[in-house]
Design a protein around this ligand. Structure first.
Ligand code: ADP
Length: 285
């Protein structure tokens, strides 16, 4: 490796194809990650609890605060983040500095998802562990994230290859944001996510209880469709910060399907206020 290559991650001056120029990938990965101030992994024990929704809204909220934010969708088998941000039919650019992430919100939010690399959005990705780890490594080291204040990493449910790869590759993830729904069936699985964090020495930034009660629009009665209080009880038991409860809100579904972030388009709703409070806690760091 020549001395110029030491800085190519920053300035890309040599113009060579990074895959053949001989830069040691470990160095490149460390350089890329060193340019990102804070990294948070969004996890859950179960699928369908709103992890991607919350990742998108946290990243959007941080970008609206004027921060430079990255959003990495490591849900290789079910990437939904492009839909939630209305990033359809995007063409990924490769430059001498690496893969260019897709930019939105005036360039404040940079997004990478496996969905951007599929010929057809309905294609199924059938990969085993090592291939998934390879893809995540590529997303971290071949993507030209540039300088970021914060990278939000959305992982698929559970404690499998994807979160493990992220934690092993990045080494200094600042915290896990754990999403649960209130009922015991979900919190029992979330405990496994927390055990995973403890084993990997990954600090838990906090737990969000999503889909926590539904307020009837006609009579204002709150119906606890998925029971109540599970997230808070879990935090009390495991001595973790409880970040708040997001109610079931049809506006979340509509906003996600239309690719219009809920935190922006429904900022007076109770759920948006909870997400804003988590954004404020991250900004305060
Ligand atoms: P996960 O990433 O955990 O699999 P998603 O974020 O994809 O879950 O959410 C699953 C579905 O639930 C989506 O249709 C989303 O719009 C909806 N959803 C998430 N949170 C809420 C909420 N608080 N109220 C209503 N629907 C929600």
């Amino acid at each position: 490796m020549s001395s110029e290559c030491e800085s190519c991650c920053e300035n890309g001056e040599c113009g060579q194809d990074r895959s053949t120029c001989g830069v040691e990938t470990e160095t490149l990965l460390k350089k890329r990650m060193g340019m990102i101030k804070k990294k948070y992994l969004v996890m859950s024990g179960k699928g369908g609890v709103g992890k991607s929704t919350i990742s998108v809204n946290l990243a959007t909220g941080l970008a609206l605060e004027g921060l430079k934010v990255g959003l990495l969708d490591t849900d290789i088998h079910g990437p939904s983040i492009p839909t939630m941000l209305n990033l359809h039919d995007v063409t990924i650019e490769h430059t001498s500095r690496g893969i260019k992430p897709v930019e939105t919100l005036g360039g404040n939010l940079k997004v990478i998802s496996v969905a951007f690399f599929l010929e057809n959005s309905e294609d199924a990705v059938i990969w085993r562990g090592p291939a998934k780890m390879g893809a995540i490594k590529q997303f971290l080291e071949d993507v030209d994230w540039g300088e970021l204040d914060c990278l939000i990493i959305d992982s698929p449910p559970g404690t499998g290859d994807e979160p493990l790869s992220v934690v092993q590759l990045i080494e200094d993830v600042d915290g896990a944001i754990v999403i649960t729904t209130p009922q015991q069936v979900a919190t029992a699985d979330v405990k496994r996510s927390i055990t995973f964090c403890n084993q990997m020495k990954l600090p838990v930034f906090g737990v969000i209880e999503n889909m926590s009660g539904f307020k009837c629009p006609n009579c204002d009665e709150v119906v606890h469709i998925f029971d109540q209080g599970g997230g808070k009880a879990l935090c009390d038991e495991m001595k973790l910060p409880f970040l708040g409860k997001i109610p079931i809100d049809p506006d979340v579904v509509r906003a996600s399907d239309k690719g219009k972030p809920y935190i922006y388009h429904h900022n007076n709703n109770a759920g948006a206020k909870v997400i804003e409070s988590v954004v404020a806690k991250i900004v305060a760091r």
